[in-house]
Structure formats: C-alpha cells, structure tokens
Design a protein around this ligand. Structure first.
Ligand code: AHR
Length: 502
C-alpha cells in the first residue's frame, strides 16, 4: 500500500495547548493509596510519596492533573482531607462503594503536584453539595490569609496559597449514576452561579462546566446546548468524556473509533458556536476533554465486583492491562487532539496511576510503565508548538463504525523552537506495510534526528511486573528525507511512529 501527504510550515491549525497532554487522579481503587502515596514503601519519600512513580510522572512532562474525581467528587467533603491526619474521618465513598481514609487531601495533593512538576486542576462537588462549600474550598486553597479558611490553611502548615487556576464545576452531572445528578437546566443554573462566584473572588480564574459523559448519552448534545445557554458568559471550557474499547475484538473497527472522537469534538464545537451566535457573544468557550482512554478489558468484571463487595479500603479497581493494540489506538486519539487543537485546549488521559492508567504499581513492590505510556510521553514532550494542517491521501477501509477510514493516521507539530518538526504517524493495517512519502514544504533541509516506533507481531502483547519491556519504543531506521525534501519510508503493519526532524 502507498500513502502520501503534504504539509507546509505556514499552513497551521492552532497553537497546541500543552495541557492537552494532561491526566487525572481520582480517589478510587489504588490510584492514590499504594499508587502515588505509600508510606513505608522503600521508595517513599519523607511525606510518603512513591519516588519511583513521581519519576515516571516527571518523565511524562505532565502539564496538568485533575483531582480528586471523577464520580468520587460528587459526594466528597474536601474538609475531611485537611488538618491533622489522625483526626481525619473515614467515610464511605458512594461512587465506588469503598472506604476513604482521607489520609491524602488537597494539601498533600498540592505537595505531590509540586514534586511532579505539574499544575493542579481541582474539581468541586456539585452533586451532594453546592455553592457555599465550593467557595469555601476556593478560599481555603487560594486566599493569601486573614480570613477563616485561609488562616485555617496556614494553621495546617500551608501559609502560601495553592493558587489553583482552573476549577471543574462538578463531574458528569448528566449521568443518572452520579450522586446528586441534575437535569441540564438545574445544573446549568447552578454551574453558572458557582462560576460567577469564583470570578467575583478572582476574575482570572478559569472554570470548566460539565458536558456529556459520552456521545451515546440520551441527552447528548442537547445537554451541552442547555447548559451552555445558562452559563456561556461565565465559563471558559466545557468538559467532555469518552472511553473506548475493542469489545468486538476487531482491530480495524477499534482503530476507526478515533473518528468517533473527532465527530464528538466537531459536534460540540458546533453547539458552542450556536450558543455563541445566539448570545451575540464575543467569547469563545473551549473544550476540556478531561476524561479519555481505553477502558474495556475488565470493565464488566469490575462492575460486578463493586456491586458485591463490602466497602473495602483502596482495593484494586479498574486495573486495566494495556497491550500494543491499545497503545497504537491511544496514539491515534492523541493525533485527534492535535488536529483539533483549535477547539480542545485541555485533555486528561484518565487516569494516571493504577486505575485505567499508563503507570502500574505493586503495593510494596515496583512500578512499571504500560504500553500506552509511550505515545502519551512522545506527544507530551514533542507535540508542543503549532499543529500543522497535514493533507494526506491514503488507502482506506470500511468497517462498522465508519466508512473510508484511512490506514494512515498523521499529525504534525512545528515545535516551539520554530525549527523542529514532530510527526506522529500510525499504520492501522494489521497485515500490510505502508509506503509513505510526505512533502515537507518549508523544511527542505530537515533531517530525521529521532525516530521511535511501537510495533510487533502480537497486538495483544503487554508489559507486566515480570516483563516490563515487552512493549517499549525501538529506534526506527526506515524513514529519511531525500534531496527533494520529501520524507520517504515504510511503516510496518500495526505500528505507531514518532519522528523528529530538524
Ligand atoms: O475514570 C473513571 C470514572 O469514569 C470517573 O470517576 C467518572 O467520571 C467516569 O465515569
């Protein structure tokens, strides 16, 4: 098979906001306890944070992490997680039917985020709680001092405010499963009032209103229209969520689901534009895709376990084991975020550690990287700059979820130095190599300085605690720039590529 593409350094889509390579950490399963925090572990630092996990997070150059939920946040009392640890209450978490010890709360998360070199994005509870608790939380986190909540923070050992810039107005409020679920009209009104109050406190804060939990919800996309109608003038982002899977065990169909993600973003972009026009507004609300990932391997079994267990503390939960097939697909989803960087300004892979995560740990044992870690890492490190409009022509296939799906999936980012070009390429074919030429207009003297790929015979191969390097990037050699300034080479079947030109 043959495919060709053209890009030009002047034909740009948008600046890629580095926060599209963000992640998410929820108080559920072993994400926090025995994930990022395990006092007594041989790699734990003085505050109980696992330094092996921190190192892996730092290696992702993680720009932002959403916390503390997720469904968890909709019945969470943030005050339970502050002050002396021995006085913190143990509570029932209604979302996952577990026990929450509150040994980690917002102050510890702030410490962890500093060590991880990442920004905090905090979610407030608009399920079981409301405006007053949210504004107290904000005052506790961000006010310098001299008030009840800010002085309490100082008393707890945190004199300097955390200065959190971005706040999520609840979580998945369209979902009937959510504690305190609301209709779009009820939620839109509440979210608008809370967002306004936050901006009375500090007009430079940014807020994220909840959009749909996925594009199969009965209320989609009317939910977005109603919620934005009520809140357009006061919010900055609308959040979207979507999880993917290869339930049918049909790789090509699975890979085509990246097109569903694209349609979802385009549709909500249209809803935003409609409300903007209706309100004669000059503001642009952007998309914050703050939960996305592959989640299907053990989803059903996990649901059954949750329904029958007796409120355990930090049990293994949603510990999906990702394979090569998933890593290639995750590369494709990241390509969508790059190509839609004009709309999507924040995106969070859900989640970060142990729970549907690129990093796994063993309690009392090692931490290791799953296959999906690598496409996220390359995108995060090298996908910062300006997204270029790549025009490609590739052989296609038809499948259940879409017609004319190109075998070649490409995105390109002109890096912040204005010289280097990062290309992310996927050959979706499971059995045929793809001969590729890319006309690099404006990069005539560029050379390939790095080429890493994920590929292999067995799409189901994955890393494990005993074999942590089954799926790791290997150096590619089959791509080079010829004298005419064309990138030429062959992408093996079932492969993901990161290519850096300079
Ligand atoms: O990430 C796991 C869960 O998925 C989150 O708690 C929820 O927001 C979503 O349904």
């Amino acid at each position: 098979m043959r495919a060709k593409a053209t890009l030009n350094r002047e034909y740009t889509i948008s600046t890629v906001d580095k926060r599209v390579y963000g992640s998410f950490l929820e108080h559920m399963g072993r994400a926090v306890y025995t994930g990022i925090y395990e006092p007594g572990h041989e790699k734990a630092d003085a505050d109980g944070f696992r330094s092996d996990v921190l190192e892996m997070v730092r290696d992702l150059d993680m720009p932002i992490v959403r916390y503390p939920g997720g469904n968890f946040v909709s019945a969470y009392r943030w005050e339970d997680g502050i002050g002396p640890r021995e006085e913190r209450p143990v509570r029932l978490d209604l979302a996952w039917r577990t026990r929450e010890t509150n040994q980690v709360g917002v102050n510890e998360f702030a410490d962890w985020a500093k060590r991880a070199g990442t920004e905090m994005m905090l979610a407030m509870n608009l399920g079981s709680r409301g405006l007053d608790d949210a504004r107290n939380f904000l005052e506790y986190c961000n006010h310098p001092g001299g008030t009840y909540w800010s002085d309490l923070r100082a008393k707890h050992g945190y004199k300097d405010p955390h200065n959190v810039r971005i706040w999520c107005l609840g979580n998945e409020m369209d979902g009937p499963w959510q504690v305190g679920h609301k209709s779009a009209a009820e939620y839109g009104h509440l979210a608008n009032e809370v967002s306004k109050a936050f901006k009375y406190f500090d007009k430079t804060l940014e807020t994220v209103v909840c959009g749909s939990s996925n594009d199969k919800m009965k209320t989609y996309p009317e939910w977005e229209a109603t919620v934005l109608d009520a809140s357009y003038d006061s919010v900055d982002y609308i959040s979207l969520h979507k999880y993917f899977g290869n339930e049918e065990q049909d790789t090509l169909n699975y890979y085509a689901k990246a097109i569903d993600l694209d349609r979802y973003i385009v549709t909500i972009g249209g809803v935003i534009d409609y409300i903007k026009a209706k309100k004669r507004s000059k503001r642009d609300v952007k998309i914050c895709f703050d939960e996305w990932n592959v989640w299907y391997h053990d989803r059903k079994q996990d649901g059954e376990r949750i329904a029958s267990w007796d409120w355990p503390e930090a049990p293994p939960l949603l510990e999906e084991l990702y394979n090569l097939e998933d890593a290639i697909f995750v590369g494709s989803l990241l390509n969508v975020f790059i190509r839609r960087s004009d709309r999507v300004k924040i995106a969070c892979m859900a989640q970060l550690v142990n729970v549907i995560a690129p990093i796994l740990t063993k309690a009392g044992g090692p931490a290791w990287r799953q296959s999906i870690y690598y496409p996220l890492q390359y995108a995060s490190k090298y996908g910062r700059g300006t997204a270029l409009n790549v025009v490609a022509s590739s052989p296609t296939y038809d499948c259940e979820v879409a017609q004319d799906v190109p075998y070649l999936d490409l995105s390109a980012v002109l890096q912040e130095d204005g010289k280097s070009l990062a290309i992310f390429a996927i050959n979706r074919s499971i059995d045929e190599p793809l001969d590729l030429t890319i006309d690099l207009q404006g990069f005539k003297r560029a050379k390939v300085v790095q080429h890493q790929m994920l590929e292999g015979e067995d799409l189901k191969a994955r890393n494990s605690v005993d074999d942590q390097s089954r799926i790791v990037p290997k150096a590619g050699k089959a791509l080079a720039v010829d004298d005419a300034g064309t990138l030429v080479g062959t992408l093996p079947p079932r492969s993901y590529h990161f290519v850096l030109l300079s």
